[in-house]
Design a protein around this ligand. Structure first.
Ligand SMILES: NC(=O)c1ccc[n+]([C@@H]2O[C@H](COP(=O)([O-])OP(=O)(O)OC[C@H]3O[C@@H](n4cnc5c(N)ncnc54)[C@H](O)[C@@H]3O)[C@@H](O)[C@H]2O)c1
Ligand SMILES: O=C(O)C[C@H](O)C(=O)O
Length: 364
């Protein structure tokens, strides 16, 4: 009889625990502890990168699986119908994190209150064209968008320029958006960084996630310097220098560099259009690491305003190895630079100075 009473008591206790848990869960969810949405602008959203990028943002691949987003999409009048089609598709995909979509050809509406601006819109390089050929078309676009962001974006807005010439477009943006902190204006070289990781992983037949700390120095152009001198590879016996595992200095100084430098052109040749899915994915990587932080012991490449580190002229938007923490990037300091690297880094600074002069002459 006593045994029966204690079993009965145990059931009552278990029932109470279960009920309390249900009540706590209900109160927790009714408190609506969902994060506030972050507003993300994508310009050129009717284009091919935009089309690949917006679903990634809406699915949480850029800001995390618990971060609601509102997406603003801007394109030009001629692309308005296509842009509206992208909006319809975003609605049809029923993304749980997507709290609103604005599709507009009005730059002020597009830039209003945005926390993150990803500037993809512009005139793309076609087969046989160099970036300089598209310079004049893009600097005027970037000046106009800088003015709108300056006046209408959220004060802490973070900007990523994807459209080419990416470094110089970002420089123009910095010039004409003085209210946006210099540290918040960046350009995309993460695609080149990811391409460099990919080449080393293919060479060593290891998974790409086991390779880290390559560097892209300088310009997102065929002059860029992909540097594997400080890269490491995870092995069964710990991390090893990529240079030691590759064991082929000639390959690292020639084929590796050439392949990464020319990858954009090779994709244009193969697809008759420039890279899109890898560009969109790398733009997500760039913003995610910037906002949420780089993993401990890992750096990534970002085009940022030079503070004079590594002898790069101050103020140029130049790709450096950076670590990110609490929404701020810092240039990785103290890396040993050999003569071969120095020469290539200087060539990039020179090219960016020339692009800067050309851009300013296009503005007049
Ligand atoms: N940094 C990188 O790693 C990287 C990689 C790939 C491509 N890109 C560059 O990204 C850009 C976009 O490439 P894409 O393949 O998506 O080109 P795309 O031609 O498919 O799309 C560009 C879009 O921008 C729009 N656009 C033009 N002017 C605009 C303006 N003033 N405001 C808003 N939108 C405007 C166009 O209507 C078009 O829809 C190009 O400049 C390309 O060279 C950079
Ligand atoms: O559009 C281009 O010029 C190529 C692009 O920048 C790329 O690197 O894939």
């Amino acid at each position: 009889m006593d045994g029966f009473v204690s079993i009965e008591k145990s059931f009552v206790v278990l029932g109470c625990v279960y009920l309390s848990w249900k009540i706590i869960k209900h109160i927790w969810s009714s408190l609506n502890l969902e994060k506030d949405p972050v507003t993300v602008l994508v310009t050129g959203a009717a284009g091919q990168i935009g089309y690949a990028l917006v679903p990634m943002i809406a699915r949480g691949e850029m800001l995390g699986p618990d971060q609601p987003v509102i997406i603003h999409m801007l394109d030009i009048e001629q692309a308005a119908e296509a842009l509206n089609g992208v909006k319809m598709e975003l609605i049809d995909a029923a993304f749980p994190l997507l709290k609103g979509v604005v599709a507009t050809t009005d730059v002020v509406e597009a830039c209003s209150d945005v926390n993150i601006a990803i500037l993809v819109g512009g005139f793309p390089r076609k087969e046989g064209m160099e970036r300089k050929d598209v310079m004049s078309k893009n600097v005027s676009i970037y000046k106009a968008q800088a003015l709108a962001l300056d006046q209408h974006a959220a004060p802490d807005c973070k900007v990523l320029v994807v459209a080419n010439p990416a470094n110089t477009n970002a420089l123009i943006l910095k010039e004409f958006a003085p209210s946006i902190p210099e540290k918040n204006i960046t350009c995309l070289t993460r695609l080149d960084h990811n391409r460099a990781l990919g080449q080393i992983s293919e060479k060593l037949n290891v998974h790409v996630s086991d390779v880290k700390n390559v560097i892209i120095w300088g310009n997102h152009s065929s002059t860029q310097y992909p540097d594997a001198n400080h890269a490491t590879v995870k092995t069964f016996t710990g991390e090893k220098p990529a240079t030691e595992l590759v064991g082929d200095d000639k390959w690292l100084k020639t084929e590796f560099i050439d392949t990464v430098q020319q990858r954009g052109a090779a994709i244009i040749k193969a697809r008759r259009m420039s890279s899109a899915l890898s560009a969109a994915s790398s733009a997500c990587d760039h913003i995610r690491d910037w906002v949420l932080g780089t993993p401990k012991g890992t750096w990534v490449s970002m085009g940022v305003s030079s503070d004079g580190s590594y002898g790069v002229p101050q103020g140029l938007i130049y790709s450096f190895p950076v670590t990110c923490d609490k929404g701020e990037w810092s240039i990785m300091q103290g890396l040993k630079i050999d003569e071969f690297s120095r020469e290539k880094m200087d060539a990039n600074a020179k090219e960016l100075m020339e692009e800067k002069s050309l851009a300013y002459s296009c503005l007049n």
